[in-house]
Write a protein that binds this ligand. Structure first.
Ligand SMILES: O=C(CO)[C@H](O)[C@H](O)COP(=O)(O)O
Length: 219
């Protein structure tokens, strides 16, 4: 199985967590694109979806799934999204697609975060393979970058990328994230940072992993 097949298998297996007559929280990225395609087969059984990016919203509409605003719902049963890295405690780094802030907002509406990944995303320590994305207000770019350097990181401006919220992304290299909960809180206290890509305060409830040997579910 190649990586895309593993993503597709994880996305397909995640359908088992979708309950009838509910609104499903949907993240973004290539694995989620596979999930949205699979979710199309349940379009008549669900009420609709809340999307974490404009790109996902368009794909949901194309599948004939009604899209609700996060402002229109008071809670969601599940939120399904991919990750750039996930550790054994089901904490994640996200934001490779620059949608981290809206992903955190929609995820926080849901009772359960169902994370769908291929096996390449499993790590022991967050920050091992993937730089940490941080969404920053444009006018604060330089001062936030200096603060990230002072914390031991090497921030790199993701040029030509503007988030759905009109902000920029700094990808922070060389952070070994030994205490994800503390780091998530501390980074969010820096003026100018909108969100950082550590999802530790609200970690995943279930991980669906596409592997070469088949799909595994970690609860
Ligand atoms: O956080 C994300 C987007 O902001 C994605 O979930 C993450 O980048 C994983 O992407 P993919 O499924 O394409 O590997």
């Amino acid at each position: 199985m190649n990586q895309l097949e593993m993503k597709k298998a994880a996305a397909q297996a995640a359908l088992q967590f979708v309950k009838p007559d509910t609104i499903v929280g949907v993240g973004s990225g290539s694995t989620v694109n596979c999930f949205i395609e699979a979710l199309g087969s349940l379009r008549h059984q669900i009420k609709g979806a809340v999307a974490a990016s404009k790109a996902s919203e368009q794909l949901l509409v194309r599948q004939g799934i009604e899209v609700f605003s996060a402002n229109d719902v008071s809670g969601l049963d599940i939120y399904v999204d991919g990750a750039d890295e996930i550790n054994p405690q089901k904490m994640m780094i996200k934001g490779g697609g620059a949608a981290l802030t809206r992903e955190k907002i929609v995820a926080s509406l849901a009772k359960n975060f169902i994370c769908i990944v291929d096996e390449s995303k499993l790590v022991d320590v967050l920050g091992s393979t993937f730089p940490l994305p941080v969404e920053v207000i444009p006018m604060a770019r330089s001062q936030v970058a200096r603060k990230l350097v002072a914390l031991g990181g090497s921030p790199e401006w993701r040029e030509n990328v503007v988030t759905d919220n009109g902000n920029i992304i700094l990808d922070v290299h060389n952070f070994k994230i030994m205490n994800p909960v503390e780091m998530e809180k501390n980074l969010n206290n820096i003026a100018g940072i909108v969100t950082n890509g550590i999802f530790a305060l609200n970690s995943a409830a279930t991980v669906v992993v596409g592997t070469a040997e088949g799909t595994k579910i970690i609860r």
